[in-house]
Design a binder for this molecule. Structure first.
Ligand SMILES: Cc1ncc(COP(=O)(O)O)c(C=O)c1O
Length: 356
């Protein structure tokens, strides 16, 4: 990295409205016991875990970084109600509800569910605790976890306006040009931490959904001259629309920051081979990753996102695509509330899975 590059990024970000919502910087954990469980230093690269599950806002996760900029933009526009969409167990929705509490705003969540009466557990339970109003939409495609929510969002917007309130719609996953600032800032933080530790990892693994994190991490890596290649592990289908979205919002963010760099499609790496049967459906390698991290490091992954990201890293250790002399970073993006749903509990009750 060059410290001039990071300073330039920080200066550009400082001109953007932001409200502090996350506990930053998040720690970096050297996962030595996980490395041992995967064959030790002779077989496995050094694995650093960037703990963005510990951003603190409303039980933590990656969305806290995006929401710092999105909620500030909402407030700058005089908004009083945050509206967003997602799956019924959306971490983004839960963190938006939590951000609304901190910012003194109302929150309406339009959530896609596969059943008419989803269990009041995990993120949905927290949405209610944070006082959000929840509207449910039936799901039309489990591979994508989408429903026809636009009409309901338009209805909510009209209702809020009719009640004299000012709504602000945050796109799914907080993935917009403004949301991208979160992981541009997160990249500056990470690149500085790595430089301080004198470590130059070769790859950064993370779970990729709506692609705002991808746009921010990839743009941030270019702007901050990061040593690592950003390696997204998809948890849902949706190409080529999603890579186009990542490029568009990354370049919109660069324009807003007044910086000349732009991303092109080859810059945006996404591995599609760990999705399994679809969004939110656990995979056997993902469940193994949850076990392995819990038992080796007492770090909790989630069945929907981080388990699939970590499963890719583990598979690449085993296939020797990663070599023992490398260091890799795994960005832990949070998502633990999904562990506390009945659905997940029924997948772990077998008791015959791997112990490190
Ligand atoms: C725990 C977790 N990890 C990763 C992601 C993916 O982030 P993005 O939607 O920005 O691709 C999400 C998004 O909801 C998430 O909740």
């Amino acid at each position: 990295m060059s410290s001039t590059a990071v300073t330039r990024v920080r200066t550009a970000l400082a001109a953007q409205p932001r409200i502090p919502l996350a506990q930053l910087p998040t720690p970096i954990h050297d996962a030595v016991r996980l490395r041992d469980a995967l064959g030790g230093p002779a077989r496995c690269p050094r694995i650093l875990i960037k703990r963005d599950d510990l951003t603190a806002l409303g039980l933590g996760g990656n969305k806290a970084r995006k929401l710092e900029y999105l909620v500030a933009d909402a407030q700058a526009r005089g908004a009083t109600t945050l509206i967003t969409t997602g799956a019924v167990q959306s971490n983004h929705a839960r963190m938006t509800a939590a951000a609304a509490c901190v910012a003194g705003m109302r929150c309406v969540l339009v959530l896609t569910a596969t059943t008419a009466e989803p269990a009041l557990a995990g993120n949905l339970l927290l949405d209610r605790l944070y006082g959000a109003e929840v509207r449910l939409v039936p799901s039309i495609d489990p591979m994508l976890a989408v429903g026809q929510d636009e009409a309901i969002v338009a209805e909510v917007v009209a209702e809020e306006e009719a009640s004299g309130r000012t709504p602000y719609v945050i796109p799914i996953g907080g993935s917009s040009g403004i949301g991208v600032f979160g992981y541009v800032a997160g990249s500056a933080e990470l690149v500085e931490q790595l430089a301080g530790l004198n470590i130059a990892p070769t790859r950064l693994y993370y779970a990729s959904g709506s692609r705002g994190t991808q746009a921010g991490l990839t743009l941030g890596a270019v702007l901050c001259e990061a040593p690592y290649r950003v390696y997204g592990v998809a948890v849902s289908a949706g190409e080529p629309e999603k890579i186009e979205r990542a490029r568009r919002i990354a370049n919109e963010a660069a324009t807003r920051l007044g910086l000349p760099e732009r991303l092109d499609l080859p810059d945006l790496v996404t591995d599609q081979s760990f999705i399994g049967e679809g969004y939110g459906i656990p995979t056997s390698v993902g469940l193994e990753a949850i076990d392995l991290l819990a038992r080796s490091e007492a770090i909790l992954l989630d069945p929907c996102y981080t388990s699939k990201g970590m499963a890719a890293l583990i598979a690449h250790v085993r296939s020797r695509e990663l070599t023992p002399d490398e260091t890799v970073v795994f960005l832990h993006t949070g998502g633990m509330p999904a562990l506390f749903t009945g659905e997940f509990a029924s997948r772990v009750s077998g008791g015959d899975r791997a112990t490190p």
